[in-house]
Design a binder for this molecule. Structure first.
Ligand SMILES: C[S@@+](CC[C@H](N)C(=O)[O-])C[C@H]1O[C@@H](n2cnc3c(N)ncnc32)[C@H](O)[C@@H]1O
Length: 365
């Protein structure tokens, strides 16, 4: 969306979907990380004014509410540090007011939940945090960084890489591919694009057009998150409208396969509504994230291609499905492997009489 001039604005359906994803994900992330860390951090780099025009909560309140209303909150003994960073003065003031109001409704405020509001640009805040940690010879505690700008400025790849270098850090970023696509070869905002990508390779977008160009800009951002930020697992989800137009991608970077599983579960649960759909591509086909009518054909074709002529363990097939396709583990057995076996396409050696339990081996044609 274009950046509004007003302090607050209307909540649109795809922002609501983004919030639902965040809520689902944090609902799983808080208990897991808090069980083996003394402190965890949620950093909202582009926090916004706190509420939308008709009172709906913004991402900072959603994160706090998800933690405080969690059924296991009383058992989570670690310290939770929330950093909310907003650059625009009127929105920062609104955010401050909203957080104060929220705290009042939640008295007595738990001692282990600390909220820090920062009125400055994300990259400035992140850089001072990095400098401070360096001077203290410390690393940032496990951090979930939610990065949700209106466009693509103020979001340097190098800062993300340094800030999130510790192994348990994760990134959830709204990549406004539409804007990037519009300006990638215009030549007038190259300094922002250089920062965003951490390379000048985006200029090669000039040699491609249409959907290929958008895919190129997607793939380059994904590559940079993998190579520069060193996230071995990077997933992305496109938000598409009725006409098939992609407005933005949500990228999730993690170093833990559990994080992949958690985010994927969230993706399949959330329905954006309003004619919008989340999607990803596999084997040249769009996969829509909607549990009501899951088309598992692309997964079937991808498995046949990936494991062609091989005998592999069920856990290898499962890991591939989870890490390299948009599908969940639940989409693998009954929807894909059972029909492949019935049709005599794959050969299955299993320890028991049925199913695909641990210890099963599958031979692909
Ligand atoms: C898309 S809105 C964020 C919405 C919020 N994350 C939510 O979901 O409720 C982006 C916000 O970032 C702020 N902003 C713009 N540039 C910024 C920067 N460089 N650093 C921090 N905040 C910035 C804008 O004023 C705006 O409030």
């Amino acid at each position: 969306m274009a950046a509004p001039k007003t302090t607050v604005w209307q909540l649109d359906p795809h922002t609501k979907a983004k919030h639902d994803l965040l809520k689902h994900y944090l609902g799983g992330w808080f208990p897991v990380l808090s069980s083996y860390n003394g402190r965890i951090v949620f950093l909202d780099g582009f926090a916004g004014p706190g509420r939308y025009e008709t009172g709906e909560p913004g991402s900072p309140l959603i994160a706090l509410e998800t933690l405080l209303s969690h059924s296991h909150f009383a058992k989570m003994k670690c310290e939770f540090l929330f950093f909310f960073c907003e650059a625009k003065k009127d929105r920062f003031e609104s955010l401050t007011e909203q957080i104060a109001g929220f705290k009042e409704t939640r008295q007595p405020w738990p001692d282990n939940v600390k909220v820090q509001l920062v009125h400055s640009e994300f990259s400035e805040t992140a850089t001072s945090l990095i400098d401070y940690l360096k001077s203290q010879k410390k690393k940032l505690a496990p951090t979930f960084a939610f990065v949700d700008p209106f466009g693509f400025s103020g979001l340097p790849m190098r800062v993300l890489a340094e800030l999130l270098s510790f192994s348990s850090c994760e990134l959830f970023v709204n990549y406004m591919v539409d804007h990037v696509n519009r300006f990638a070869t215009a030549g007038n905002v190259d300094h922002h694009l250089d920062d965003l990508f951490g390379t000048t390779d985006y200029k090669s977008a000039g040699t491609v057009t249409g959907k290929t160009r958008q895919q190129f800009l997607h793939d380059l951002y994904e590559k940079q998150l993998t190579d520069v930020c060193r996230f071995p697992y990077v997933q992305s989800f496109a938000m598409i409208n009725k006409t098939g137009h992609i407005g933005y991608y949500l990228f999730h970077g993690t170093r833990d396969v559990k994080g992949v599983e958690l985010m994927k579960d969230a993706m399949w649960k959330v329905d954006p509504g309003g004619g919008f759909r989340f999607s990803d591509r596999l084997a040249g086909q769009d996969v829509l994230f909607t549990e009501s009518s899951v088309d598992t054909d692309p997964l079937r074709r991808a498995l046949l291609q990936r494991f062609s002529g091989k005998r592999v363990s069920i856990s290898t097939v499962e890991d591939y499905t989870l890490i390299h396709t948009p599908y969940r583990k639940t989409h693998l057995r009954s929807p894909v492997l059972t029909p492949l076996e019935k049709e005599g396409i794959i050969k299955v050696e299993r320890p028991g009489r049925s199913g695909f339990p641990k210890g099963t081996w599958v031979t692909f044609p």
